[in-house]
Design a protein around this ligand. Structure first.
Ligand SMILES: Cc1ncc(COP(=O)(O)O)c(C=O)c1O
Length: 388
C-alpha cells in the first residue's frame, strides 16, 4: 500500500518518513539523522521531545484529556494570563489552529463593529484555509476552484499605507495583516508600516488585527513580531509554535473588543484542550528574554554566515531572528534546492518558486548552524540553473 492510496492529495510530500525526533534532529526508520531547519513550519520551536515540555504534557495526559469548554479544566486560565500579559491584551479565546484563530478574529471584529464588517487585508498575505480566513488571504491562487469567497474583504499592496487608508469605506471595521509575510516568502514591510497602520486605525476607529500565527512565540527575537514596532494591536492571532507541536490556536483581544462577546457567540469543542494547553504553559515558561536574545543572535549568525560564504545563486537574504528567507537567483528552483538539501539530510522549507524558508528550532547551536552552512554552500555550488 502506498500512502497516496488513501490520503487526500493535498500535499506534494517529500519522499522521507520520520519516525523519531530529538532536539534539532529528526530520524528516519533506518536511524539516519536529519538536521531540522524547518521545525514543522515554525511549530516545534523548542525542538523535538523537549524534556520539560514532554514531562508537563505527559503529566496532563495521565490526568485528564477533555471535559468540554462547559467546564474549566487544565491550565486554560493560566495560559490566558501568560499570553495576555505578554501581548498587552485582556482576553484569550482558544481554538485548534491558525485558520480558526483568524476565524475568531474576523467574528470578533464583526461583532465589535455592530454592522461594520469590511476588513482590509494585504496582497500576498496568508491567513488560513477555512472560508473566512481564505477570503482574507489575498492570493487568488488559493481561491481557484473555491469561489465564491466570503463578502467583506478587500486587499491592498503590502507595505502601502496610503492604499490602506484609501480603501476605508463606511462598512470598514478592521485592517488585518501579518507583521512579516511568511507564506509568501518572508517579506518585510517598510519600517514604519505597522506604526502608520496603527495611526490609521485610531483615526478611523478601526481594529488592527495582527496575524502572528507564524511570527509569534519568540521566533523573531521578540515574543511577537509587531513588538519590534512598539505598537499595540487590538486583536492578535496565534497558533503554530504555541504548544510546540500539539494543535492549539489563540485569539487575544483588548478589553473593548472582548467586552462585546457573550456565551454562544463563538466556541469550539476541542479548543484549549488540556493536553495542548499543558504543553503551551510549559512553552511560555521556557520562553525567556534570554531565549529571545539567543534567537536574534543565532539568526544573525546564520545570515552573516550565508553572506560571508559568498554562496553562488543567492540573490537576497532577509530575516528577523530565526525566521529567514533566502531568495535565490532567477532560474534556480527553491524546491529543487530543498530536495537536494534533504538528500544531504538537512530539512528546510520553501515559499513560492524562489525562496528557501529557514525556521530552525530555538535549540540550535553553532554546531547545527555550521552544518547547515556547509550543506547549503555545497548544494548551491552544484545547483544547476535553468536559463531564464
Ligand atoms: C500567518 C499565518 N496565518 C494562518 C495560518 C494558518 O494556520 P493553520 O495551518 O494552523 O490553520 C498560517 C499557516 O501557515 C500562517 O502562516
Amino acid at each position: 500500500m502506498s500512502a497516496d492510496d488513501y490520503l487526500l492529495n493535498t500535499y506534494a510530500r517529500y519522499p522521507v518518513e520520520f519516525v523519531y525526533g530529538r532536539g534539532a534532529y529528526l530520524y528516519d526508520a533506518e536511524g539516519q539523522d536529519y538536521l531540522d531547519f524547518l521545525s514543522g513550519i515554525a511549530v516545534c520551536n523548542f525542538g523535538h521531545q523537549h524534556p520539560f515540555i514532554t514531562e508537563r504534557t505527559a503529566a496532563q495526559l495521565h490526568r485528564l484529556w477533555h471535559t468540554s469548554n462547559l467546564f474549566l479544566s487544565g491550565g486554560q486560565a493560566v495560559l490566558a494570563k501568560q499570553l495576555c500579559e505578554r501581548a498587552g491584551c485582556a482576553f484569550a479565546f482558544f481554538s485548534n489552529s491558525g485558520t480558526e484563530a483568524n476565524e475568531a478574529a474576523i467574528k470578533l471584529a464583526r461583532k465589535w463593529g455592530a454592522g461594520r464588517y469590511h476588513i482590509i487585508t494585504a496582497e500576498g498575505g496568508f491567513h488560513g484555509r477555512s472560508m473566512g480566513s481564505l477570503s482574507a488571504t489575498a492570493q487568488p491562487k488559493f481561491w481557484k476552484g473555491f469561489f465564491p469567497m466570503l463578502e467583506g474583504f478587500s486587499s491592498v499592496p503590502f507595505g502601502d499605507t496610503d492604499a490602506a487608508e484609501n480603501a476605508i469605506r463606511l462598512e470598514t471595521v478592521a485592517i488585518m495583516i501579518e507583521p512579516i509575510q511568511g507564506e509568501s516568502g518572508i517579506r518585510f514591510p517598510p519600517e514604519d508600516y505597522l506604526r502608520s497602520l496603527r495611526t490609521i486605525c485610531d483615526r478611523h476607529d478601526l481594529l488592527l488585527i495582527m496575524d502572528e500565527v507564524q511570527t509569534g512565540m519568540g521566533r523573531t527575537g521578540k515574543y511577537f513580531a509587531h513588538q519590534w514596532s512598539s505598537i499595540q494591536p487590538d486583536i492578535i492571532t496565534l497558533a503554530k509554535g504555541i504548544a510546540n507541536g500539539l494543535p492549539l490556536g489563540a485569539t487575544l483581544c483588548s478589553h473593548k473588543v472582548g467586552a462585546v462577546i457573550q456565551p454562544s457567540d463563538h466556541g469550539s469543542t476541542f479548543g484549549g484542550n488540556p493536553v495542548a494547553v499543558a504543553a503551551a504553559v510549559a512553552v511560555q515558561e521556557l520562553l525567556t528574554e534570554e531565549i529571545l536574545d539567543e534567537n536574534s543572535m543565532n539568526g544573525k549568525r546564520i545570515q552573516d554566515g550565508l553572506s560571508e560564504l559568498s554562496i553562488p545563486g543567492i540573490q537576497e537574504i532577509r530575516g528577523s531572528g530565526l525566521m529567514i528567507g533566502v531568495e535565490l537567483e532567477p532560474g534556480i528552483s527553491a524546491k529543487a534546492v530543498a530536495r537536494k538539501l534533504l538528500a544531504d539530510h538537512v530539512v528546510v522549507g520553501t515559499s513560492g518558486e524562489s525562496v528557501l524558508r529557514l525556521l530552525p528550532p530555538f535549540v540550535i547551536t553553532e554546531k547545527e548552524i555550521d552544518r547547515f552552512l556547509d550543506s547549503i554552500y555545497l548544494t548551491l555550488c552544484e545547483q544547476e540553473r535553468v536559463p531564464a
